[in-house]
Design a protein around this ligand. Sequence first.
Ligand code: HEM
Length: 198
Amino acid sequence: MGCAISGTGLAPKVARDAGDSVLARLSGEQVHLIKESWKVIQEDIARVGIIMFVRLFETHPECKDVFFLFRDVEDLERLRTSKELRAHGLRVMSFIEKSVARLDHVERLDQLALELGKSHYRYNAPPKYFDYVGAEFICAVQPILKENWTTELEEAWKTLFLYITTIMKQGYQEEEKNHTNNLAASRREKPEKMNTAL
Ligand code: HEM
């Protein structure tokens, strides 16, 4: 289960509330490194997706409770052959693939990550859990890239995950606010409706 991540894991070095300033830290060279490494990773995306989520559930068992399908599975080894986890892992990896493809069109990446954050509010997946995923992704892909894995590449992937999760958190908060406002509005409307009915 162990995996050596250099530095302080995914602890951000920058303000967490500003995705733009995080992305500004992804240099052209880092974008290049990510794209090159993706060419190798993409050949194994189904396996990486599974390894990543099994690791996530091992290191942070509270994450498993968010998934209706997996919350009662005690033996995590069983999940390695689960069709459902494979499908879920592939959905997440496809998102990463789209993110990599949009590194040159960040406004489109922003929109994608914002919507994803909103959908995670609806999935009841708490934003603090988003921070765990990048480290597990890194541990899953390190063995695939073998000697091509470098501290520079690791830093580049950490920065990309920090960027994506920062925007996802913004989307989550927007959706949470909308939900609260809608709830408040429907509570205000209700008494009027009741009066009309009377
Ligand atoms: C970097 C972090 C993450 C990324 C990129 C990500 C990506 C995705 C994607 C692409 C989907 C497919 C559905 C959609 O597009 O809305 C999805 C679904 C989902 N995610 Fe995440 N996710 C992340 C973190 C998490 C975490 C930490 C949890 C819970 C601990 C979680 C729980 C879920 C659930 C419950 C679903 C719906 C079920 C499903 O589609 O199988 N996600 N996620």
